[in-house]
Write a new protein. Structure first.
Length: 206
């Protein structure tokens, strides 16, 4: 889908939903974000299905406008049905499935090179209690391939299970912490080690 269409859709959705979602989920933003003339990869933990919406509406409008269009790495399972595709594709979702003989990371790299922001959950799935999942290397691979890229680490904390009942009872509070934007300095280090370090920083680092 065309870049300008996704950008227009994302801006419209932000304007229409940001205030409502901030109030409903009692979103609290922590950390300052200073966007410069770089290319960005947002990397976050994944406690709930609506994390992308909660994280993006937590951004100040001026920062959001500098980052759009934003591409979301999305499991093909969510794009198999037409009624999901017509909703997700205009929002910037890109399948993990290869397309035109190109792997998803190659497609994402092309988008990043064109100045589009890439949004990745390094662990690739919702967080589950007592389940340890090694993070995938996608975020650090893209960072390494694009010299002008930077990683925006984000930690999302949800105080309670997201359900209609809890929303109505005002039992949910979401804290979105934007950590220091950075780029790994040692290009020789193993990608899996870098991915592990990135996830550790997202979840536990200061």
């Amino acid at each position: 889908m065309k870049k300008f269409i996704i950008k227009a859709v994302q801006i419209k959705v932000y304007i229409l939903s940001a205030l409502l979602l901030r109030v409903l989920f009692r979103i609290k933003r922590e950390g300052n974000i200073k966007i410069k003339n770089k290319k960005y990869i947002i990397a976050s933990n994944h406690p709930s299905r609506i994390d992308p919406f909660l994280i993006l509406v937590a951004l100040p409008l001026n920062v959001f406008l500098k980052l759009v269009p934003i591409r979301f790495v999305t499991s093909q399972d969510y794009l198999n049905h037409w009624y999901q595709r017509i909703f997700l594709l205009p929002l910037g979702c890109i399948s993990t499935k290869p397309k035109n003989n190109k792997k998803s990371l190659e497609i994402l790299r092309e988008k990043l090179m064109k100045g589009e922001t890439i949004f990745i959950f390094p662990k690739g799935e919702l967080e589950k209690r007592d389940l340890s999942v090694n993070p995938k290397v996608g975020a650090v691979y893209l960072e390494r391939k694009e010299k002008k890229s930077r990683i925006i680490p984000v930690k999302s904390c949800v105080s309670n299970k997201i359900s209609l009942a809890n929303i109505l009872k005002r039992n949910i509070e979401v804290k979105i912490r934007f950590k220091k934007i950075f780029k790994h300095k040692d290009p020789r280090e193993d990608l899996q080690i870098l991915a592990n370090n990135l996830m550790e920083y997202i979840e536990n680092g200061e």
